[in-house]
Design a protein. Structure first.
Length: 214
């Protein structure tokens, strides 16, 4: 199953010439059109303070975005290769019986690539906060599979979302170093990325928490 999964990814990538397409063509990408997050902007600012997120981090995230934008397909190949090499992670792209949906994989990958851009270039305003909650619901049983109208497992367990912070953070550093920036700038971009990913996953945990416990 793992071999077939990886072959499917690379075949789709070949057919589409890369999955990072315009925002208007990304199926299910509803930025600015979703319901308001239950997390207030005041609470979000406290979360930012908790992870030591500053204006400097905003500057270095934008720099990171400029470095990463042309490498997004390579980044996604690496991340999907990591998923494909772990049977317990591949499972969440299937119908629970070992079959993967090619259209679903392509749609998720396109949105994943756009997420990299949003993480680096978007203002962390109400629209961004709202969309993080939408992403949370799409991982949770509340809205899992509804965006793409597919038959797949009904939830991404919170434990894997939290655990994924490390590989997504650790693997990005080599890409940040590929455009000739100083080691100091690479470290600052990487640190800002780590904070931003942590903020995102914290927000994605909202529907998993018992009411009043978030």
């Amino acid at each position: 199953m793992l071999k077939n999964f990886l072959s499917l990814i690379f075949f789709l990538n070949f057919l589409n010439g890369g999955f990072i397409i315009s925002q208007q063509e990304i199926k299910g990408y509803d930025y600015g059109k979703v319901d308001k997050s239950p997390v207030s902007m005041d609470d979000f600012r406290l979360l930012q303070a908790t992870v030591l997120f500053t204006d400097d981090d905003k500057k270095y995230l934008k720099m990171a975005g400029e470095v990463l934008e042309s490498q997004i397909d390579d980044i996604l190949d690496l991340w999907y290769g990591f998923v494909g090499g772990n049977k317990h992670l591949v499972y969440y792209f299937t119908d629970g019986k070992g079959s993967a949906n090619a259209d679903y994989l392509a749609a998720v990958r396109a949105r994943f690539g756009q997420w990299i851009k949003d993480l680096c270039f978007r203002d962390y305003d109400q629209d961004w906060l709202n969309y993080q909650h939408e992403i949370a619901l799409r991982h949770h049983s509340t809205k899992k599979n509804k965006t793409d109208n597919v038959q797949s497992v009904d939830i991404i367990p919170l434990r894997y979302m939290i655990a994924f912070i490390y590989p997504i953070t650790a693997t990005i550093k080599s890409f940040l170093a590929k455009k000739g920036h100083s080691s100091e700038d690479v470290e600052k971009m990487h640190d800002a990325w780590f904070k931003a990913v942590t903020l995102s996953v914290v927000l994605w945990s909202y529907p998993y928490a018992q009411e009043g416990n978030f």
